[in-house]
Design a protein. Structure first.
Length: 289
């Protein structure tokens, strides 16, 4: 590896080379035969694995500049520079999340339950699919939903940032079911209303937490000491995206983070290691055929 711009200490060079060796070894173990085979999410997945196997997040930052130099040296890898984190968490936090199996269990419950209200189904789907905070779900208004162009436009209360969320078919259908078939007649612009007269808006974090608690409990998802509410659904959304190889900047944008580096906490979860299992093997890789 060619080192430019300034002289580096021998120990620093050795650390960089070791880290790049681990990166190349990771690529080889996943069937990549050349750098041009690399696919989106490869760098993110490597970092999540290296954080759990060889380095603490607090020491990883000293080695990332070496990987940055390496990626910047090759035209085919330069595009992956955006997957490198700009900041690392100071400590390893074990986040509470729902596994993929639990996620699919909840989805099956939402699809098949005859006793679930349209309102609670819509709230749960929005929380699971978008990672929206409870306060923003409460503040969601009819005027925020752009049905023509398929997105939800909000200003997040926590960050005061504009956030446009894709209105997927699943979310759109759930909202339509609630608005057309169950929502009480009201002049209120708030989407989610209480079920009892005077049908005031559902405005408390506790209200969303109770909805999610009841839905998850009815879906036979054990708490296992975990919290309930939009915090864990938000963590789960980010972790699921990471495991599917979604680059950190994209996750940050999807969750509407005010600080893009906030999502770095998700690469230090135990579950983040599963990211390496979801990357597709490139065609012609040594494990194919």
């Amino acid at each position: 590896m060619e080192l430019k711009n300034r002289e580096l200490k021998p120990n620093t060079v050795d650390g960089y080379r070791r880290f790049i060796y681990y990166f190349i070894e990771y690529l080889e173990n996943h069937g990549y035969t050349s750098l041009s085979d690399m696919e989106n999410g490869a760098v993110v997945a490597f970092i999540s694995v290296i954080c759990t196997e060889r380095y603490q997040p607090t020491s990883l930052g000293a080695h990332l500049p070496g990987l940055k130099r390496f990626l910047d040296m090759h035209d085919e890898t330069r595009k992956f520079l955006c997957e490198l984190p700009g900041h690392l968490p100071k400590k390893r936090d074990i986040l509470q999340i729902y596994s993929d199996e639990e996620y699919h269990q909840v989805v099956a419950h939402l699809d098949n339950s005859d006793n679930l209200s349209f309102r609670n189904k819509a709230i749960t789907i929005i929380a699971l699919e978008t990672g929206m905070r409870a306060v923003d779900i409460c503040n969601l208004k009819l005027s925020n939903i752009n049905w023509e162009h398929d997105y939800i436009h909000i200003i997040q209360q926590k960050t005061e940032r504009v956030h446009n969320i894709p209105l997927s078919e699943t979310i759109g259908n759930a909202l339509a079911d609630y608005l057309l078939n169950e929502r009480p007649a009201s002049e209120s612009d708030f989407v989610f209303l209480r079920n009892n007269v005077p049908f005031s808006p559902l405005m408390s974090h506790a209200g969303i937490k109770n909805v999610l608690f009841n839905v998850l409990n009815d879906a036979d998802i054990e708490s296992k000491g975990r919290i309930y509410g939009s915090r864990i659904t938000r963590h789960s959304t980010a972790s699921r995206m990471l495991r599917n190889g979604v680059p950190l900047p994209v996750i940050s944008e999807a969750l509407g983070h005010g600080n893009p580096n906030s999502v770095m906490i998700y690469i230090t979860t135990d579950d983040a290691k599963l990211a390496e299992c979801t990357l597709p093997l490139p065609k012609g890789g040594r494990h194919n055929g």
